[in-house]
Design a protein around this ligand. Structure first.
Ligand code: ADP
Ligand code: MG
Ligand code: MG
Length: 326
């Protein structure tokens, strides 16, 4: 972990986990206290990354093997609440957020550090997956024993593990007596307290180009999560196939490039950002309401920005972005 002091009041730490840089900023914390909290946090993050990983050898891979064999299996304690919460969120999203989607991600080659190039997978394989319709509804927990009544279920928590981890991080900092902090995992974040007199202020990157599209003042105990089609994708003959898949069709999302939500809880925010990008321009209002998400901003592939009225009041659009609001 690297620590830098930017002025007397802020401590900034950089951790590398979940394949991304995680910035932790603490306000008015003694460096010794900060160091202890961050060292523990880093250890916890590394453990989560290992335990929840969908394709590197570890507990989740073992669970998925057992499911494929039609066997019941024990689940490590840290995964039990994740499975339980993801069942609820899947239901509220009408199945657009579907963490049983690992098999489809694997068909598309997204369960790898580097998505493959070449033509998309055979439509028969995709159709077969859609036919089998794996869902968290197929997954049953009895204490820590998991049974799936559908062997096509493969758990992959990529769409909300970061949110869940950021929630745990904030809880950990609070337990250490830290009241003003921001945990930012590559643009997805949760904040508590403020930066002295001023609220925490964060930037949302423009999905179609480097700069900051919008600035948002984050209130005490709020999360800001963005799901985008531009970070991971496969490409063939100039066509992009993003890593977020629509469970109804088995195909990558089209037409929406990013969705940003503000919400209190990080796990719910992360799951919702994914569900809403799948929902697209026609369905996002309804799904946001079902998931209890008040603030939503969506950018389509033409760069047009759509916001619900509550979000419009919170967002300070930067540069050209202000001209592209619908
Ligand atoms: P980001 O990669 O920007 O954090 P997300 O939070 O949307 O984006 O997570 C994307 C990941 O979620 C994918 O890499 C994959 O592991 C998983 N995933 C893809 N489509 C779905 C879906 N419909 N439901 C649940 N998880 C998904
Ligand atoms: Mg995410
Ligand atoms: Mg997500």
């Amino acid at each position: 972990t690297a620590c830098s002091r930017t002025g007397t009041e802020t401590l900034r730490y950089e951790l590398y986990v979940f394949g991304t840089l995680v910035n932790v900023t603490l306000w008015e914390v003694q460096p010794e206290e900060g160091e202890v909290a961050i060292t523990e946090l880093n250890e916890a993050f590394q453990r989560m990354h290992h335990d929840w990983h969908a394709w590197k050898p570890g507990p989740l891979v073992d669970i998925n093997r057992a499911i494929a064999r039609g066997e019941s299996t024990e689940v490590i304690p840290s995964l039990v609440p994740i499975i339980e919460q993801s069942k609820v969120l899947e239901r509220r999203s009408d199945g657009l957020f579907n963490p049983a989607i690992g098999g489809l991600l694997s068909i598309w080659g997204f369960q790898s550090d580097q998505p493959p190039s070449g033509p998309p997978p055979a439509s028969e394989a995709i159709a077969e997956w859609v036919e089998q319709a794996p869902s968290m509804e197929n997954v049953h927990l009895d204490g820590n024993v998991l049974t799936s009544d559908n062997p096509a279920v493969q758990l992959d928590f990529g769409a909300f593990a970061k949110g869940y981890a950021v929630d745990l991080a904030i809880r950990h900092l609070r337990e250490r007596g830290i009241e003003n902090a921001i945990v930012n995992a590559g643009g997805d974040l949760r904040a508590i307290g403020s930066k002295g007199e001023k609220p925490w202020r964060v930037g949302v990157r423009h999905p179609q180009g480097g700069g900051v599209m919008a600035a948002i003042e984050v209130r005490d105990d709020e999360s800001v999560f963005t799901s985008g089609n531009y970070e991971r994708y496969r490409e063939h003959e100039g066509v992009h196939y993003p890593h977020i898949l629509d469970p109804r069709t088995g195909m990558p999302i089209e037409s929406v490039t990013s969705v940003t939500v503000i919400h209190d809880n990080g796990a719910e925010a992360d799951a919702a950002a994914t569900a809403l990008i799948v929902a697209g321009p026609k369905e996002w209002h309804r799904i946001a309401e079902q998931m209890g998400i008040r603030y939503v901003m969506l950018v389509d592939d033409g760069g047009t920005i759509y916001m619900n009225p509550a979000m419009a009041e919170r967002v300070d659009l930067q540069g050209d972005a202000a001209q592209n609001v619908e």
